[in-house]
Design a protein around this ligand. Structure first.
Ligand code: EPS
Length: 385
């Protein structure tokens, strides 16, 4: 009997279907053109103050319609807290958040309902399920990321109480890279760009791209400051592995780098190693993670977004009956979904860090202070990307 019971036991997976995280588990649901989108945040500690107004700032940073360079869809993105919060304080029970879709225009998709957009998930959803919701991207739409950002408002708050902050910026769009870095510039332009002097160039570039009907890819960099050494797990629960999986789960992401990432290929060991001194680390090629565990340095993750595949430029394609067709996608699409991606990547970083922090507390909460502790290199310049 025991054998049988053990044979059937399956530990909860850290990521499956529409859920990720182990102690802090996030489940999202809803489609771009359904009545609502939502999430359940389970395992959140009690005692965190949270109100509907707390969601406004980050949801607005991610939202469409904030500049002419993003989709013109205007969603209210008003969060309803359905459970898990009593008199403004989390109770430890599942937190359910809901946002009603208020500005879907499904008729834009009537023409491509039976077609596959090249480069889009239309085809693979169809092959997997034999059915798809053709309104917008359905579940593969960037709309889904709204709930990740909402859930992470709570995670960011919990982390901030522990001295951990998360922030990000756009570090490349097409061929353009920042020529300077000013942290104060990031929130003052619609691109989350760290160099104000280049904003007119970006505006011109995006205006021409939009006019041409094409789209472009982008890179977003996110960093976490104040993460103590010790978060993360060896081998299968590595902090960097879970960050990569979390970032890759964002619709349109095609690549993730931790620290120097693929640049490490061309480096020698003597270049790559981050020398430790009593004053702090002398560099951060590792991106703050060694052996899957945080080192106490800044965590650095950069994420590649593909160019949006919903284009009004005609292209040859197939329909669901296997006929050659010409595909033209109408709708209110982002010419560069990376422009809105900074808060999304921040959200995934915050959610993974909070989950790992809770897991570290659960297993190693009694370990106490370990010496020597290398001071966090607060003087380290921000990475260029
Ligand atoms: C998206 C297409 C557009 C965007 C949408 C993402 O919407 P629709 O499905 O109505 O054409 O506006 O983004 C959002 C609505 C949002 O909140 O992020 C897509 O194809 O990914």
């Amino acid at each position: 009997m025991l054998q049988c019971a053990i044979g059937r036991y399956r530990p909860p997976p850290d990521a499956s279907l529409n859920t990720f995280g182990q102690l802090l588990r996030v489940t999202t649901f809803g489609e771009s053109h359904g009545p609502a989108i939502g999430c359940v945040l389970d395992g959140c500690p009690p005692g965190i103050a949270i109100a509907p107004e707390d969601f406004v700032h980050d949801l607005a940073r991610r939202a469409t319609g904030k500049s002419r360079h993003t989709s013109a869809r205007h969603e209210a993105d008003a969060v309803e807290i359905l459970s898990g919060v009593y008199e403004g304080i989390t109770t430890g029970t599942p937190i359910a958040l809901l946002i009603r879709n208020t500005d879907a225009r499904s008729k834009d998709y009537a023409k491509i309902a039976a077609q596959f957009r090249p480069g889009h998930a239309d085809y693979t959803y169809w092959q997997k399920y034999g059915i798809r919701d053709p309104r917008g991207g359905g579940r593969s739409s960037a709309r889904e990321t709204t709930m990740r950002v909402a859930a992470a408002v709570i995670a960011k708050k919990w982390l901030a109480q522990r001295g951990v902050t998360v922030r990000g910026w756009m570090s490349q769009i097409g061929q353009i890279v920042p020529t300077g870095f000013d942290a104060n510039a990031i929130e003052s332009n619609p691109f989350f760009w760290p160099d104000s002097a280049q904003v007119p160039e970006l505006e011109t570039y995006m205006d021409a791209l939009r006019k041409s009907g094409d789209s472009v890819g982008a890179r977003v960099t996110v960093v976490a400051d104040g993460v103590p050494p010790g978060w993360g797990e060896p081998i299968y629960g590595k902090l960097d592995a879970e960050l990569a999986a979390a970032m890759m789960s964002i619709n349109a992401v095609k690549g993730v780098e931790i620290g120097d990432g693929f640049d490490a290929v061309a480096q020698t060991g003597s270049e790559h190693r981050d020398v430790m001194t009593t004053m702090g680390f002398l560099s951060n090629h590792a991106g703050g993670i060694l052996g899957g565990i945080s080192s106490g340095q800044q965590i650095v993750v950069s994420v590649a977004f593909k160019p949006t595949s919903s284009l009004r430029l005609p292209v040859a394609g197939l329909d669901v009956d296997g006929n050659d067709v010409e595909i033209v996608t109408t709708g209110r699409h982002d010419p560069c979904v990376g422009i809105r991606a900074t808060p999304i990547c921040e959200a995934m970083l915050a959610l993974v860090l909070m989950d790992q922090a809770l897991r570290h507390r659960a297993q190693c909460g009694d370990v106490g202070e370990i010496t020597p502790r290398i001071p966090a290199a607060s003087a380290m310049p921000d990475p260029k990307r």
